[in-house]
Write a protein that binds this ligand. Structure first.
Ligand SMILES: Nc1ncnc2c1ncn2[C@@H]1O[C@H](COP(=O)(O)OP(=O)(O)OP(=O)(O)O)[C@@H](O)[C@H]1O
Ligand SMILES: [Mg+2]
Length: 246
């Protein structure tokens, strides 16, 4: 049910251009509380731009983008920082700090947001986050000692440590082998179930979409083309939808 208080992120007629490059031309999206919404779109169609607008890393040219009912472009830096503590953003590159251990990487977001924690409390949070992604043993490793799949997991653990209400995943399985990709997809579902997070998952990986999505939205030419469940869309004869499921 899409009642107003059930919607945690909304974009309406969202427009974003870079010079002559008109990326989003009036994009409408609603993320319902507790759902996993997958956004599909060709490379360069504006998926990363879309979620960057949601966390105030990019500003739209026009249209609405609101999170928990707050219009992102209207927030002060302080209000934006406060809101961002509720949003976990797993970047496409899952950038870890190479000169810090896994533990230090995980402590980093806590230092900014929860300065009043004791050492024991911080340790507990670090270990809980690592347990969530099945990598407690990696706590003292350096990022250079991790595989690609492990880096993704540690990136995810670092995001989860603030117990976000919203998760934004930008291509969480890209660059991983199918088995590791499937593990990450299952982890996304486990996080949804454990923390009741509301999530947007951007992906090209249809197996990931199939595993995680409650609904799938397709972005074409700057607009929402369609939205439906995996089972609905996979059956479609629409020549614009079929290629995504080929
Ligand atoms: N900061 C920026 N300045 C200028 N152009 C940008 C900027 N960010 C994105 N773009 C442009 O916006 C378009 C959409 O980029 P975006 O990264 O959102 O694509 P995407 O759908 O995420 O693609 P991919 O699947 O390859 O990650 C591209 O043409 C890109 O060059
Ligand atoms: Mg992208």
């Amino acid at each position: 049910m899409s009642t107003e208080e059930n919607i945690v992120i909304r974009t309406e007629k969202l427009v974003k251009s870079f010079g002559e490059n008109h990326v989003l031309k009036g994009f409408d999206l609603e993320l319902n509380r507790g759902e996993n919404l997958v956004v599909l779109g060709k490379s360069g169609s504006g998926k990363s731009v879309l979620i960057k607008c949601m966390v105030g890393l990019l500003y739209p040219d026009s249209g609405l983008v609101s999170v928990f009912g707050k219009e992102i472009p209207k927030l002060t830096q302080l209000e934006l920082d406060e809101l961002r503590t509720k949003i976990g953003f797993l970047f496409q590159s899952s950038a870890l700090y190479d000169s810090m251990t896994v533990r230090e990487n995980l402590e980093f977001p806590l230092r900014r947001h929860w300065m009043h924690k004791t050492k024991d409390e911080v340790n507990e949070l670090v270990m809980e986050a690592l347990k969530n992604v099945g990598l407690e043993r990696a706590v003292d490793l350096m990022p250079s000692e991790l595989s690609g799949g492990m880096r993704k997991r540690i990136g995810l653990a670092r995001t989860l440590i603030l117990k976000p209400e919203i998760m934004l995943y930008d291509e969480p399985t890209t660059g991983l082998d199918p088995i590791t990709g499937r593990e990450i997809s299952n982890l996304i579902v486990a996080i949804q179930e454990k923390y009741h997070t509301s999530s947007i998952i951007i992906t090209h990986d249809m197996e990931c979409a199939k595993i995680v999505a409650n609904r799938i939205m397709i972005l074409i030419d700057g607009f929402k083309y369609t939205v439906g469940t995996y089972d609905e869309l996979v059956k479609s004869d629409d020549p614009k939808i079929k290629p995504f499921f080929a």
